[in-house]
Design a protein around this ligand. Sequence first.
Ligand code: SF4
Length: 213
Amino acid sequence: MEARLYNKSEKNYVNCFLCAHHCKIADGKRGICGVRENKGGTLYTLVYGKVIAQHIDPIEKKPFFQFQPGSRSYSIATVGCNFRCLHCQNFDISQMPKDQKQILGEDVTPEEVVHEALETGCQSISYTYTEPTIFFEFAYDCMKLAKEKVEELRTELRVARDHVWSDIQKQEKDKLMAEDDKFRAKDELQEIIDEINKKLEGLFAKKEKEIMS
Ligand code: SF4
């Protein structure tokens, strides 16, 4: 896939602006990260949708403080990195394009990432393990899609809630529902929601076990 955030230069050179290295790359060469290649004067990302790691992590593994505490985060990475830290605990994937001259990974679409995140009950998607800037194009498409999906679900939830609420109000107006019944209806609705949540938790735990095994 053609990369974003670069421009073309003289003699088939390209200038990548994705990170602070600002690599000037000759035809047939790659940038410092090892995953962006100049082919005939066009810059390509070599890791779009090539996911080398995907895990369900507790959010507490991420460098955040008090961000959705207790939740799970669907975490993905591709190979490559624009750093070369001596203490890197993921050096086998971060330095793979440079040390092993390989770009490995499972072909995955943004739709699949978002679907898996939702299916496994994750409240967020983390771009992690290597420096995620270098798979920007893929991360960007996942983020856009995830946001659209969350908006869709919110709308569905609002419509369902409004429907139930207007039904309760109508029954109340028509004197079909006493104050006690109104509270009972609300309690029953809450019980149904709790039951669904419990079932979903079971499904999420099963899926997590499958992925981790
Ligand atoms: S993303 Fe890669 S190619 Fe682009 S400037 Fe950074 S190290 Fe260079």
